[in-house]
Design a protein. Sequence first.
Length: 101
Amino acid sequence: MILAAFLTAGLAAAPGLDALTTEIDRLVLAGRPMQPALLLDLRRLPDAGDRMKALIYLRRSGLMTGPAVPLEGTVFLRPAVTAAPPDAGRPAPTEDAADEG
């Protein structure tokens, strides 16, 4: 129950797209770099379209100049797909095969 209250409070305090773009403008005009927490605020936006707009706004404002941000974890809020293990294509050995050897 306490966890639910914390989660609800965290979602209620999440900034909207307008507040996020205002913060981005403030950073640009002050000549300050982007703080990593800004990406967390971006991920808290409730709409995927707003998350994409904010990500584009960050890139075009010049604050995000590093490597590309994976859309799966930032805009679509899904974990990034990892490579399959090398032997994932082989079938698992059966008990009959283990008994033969």
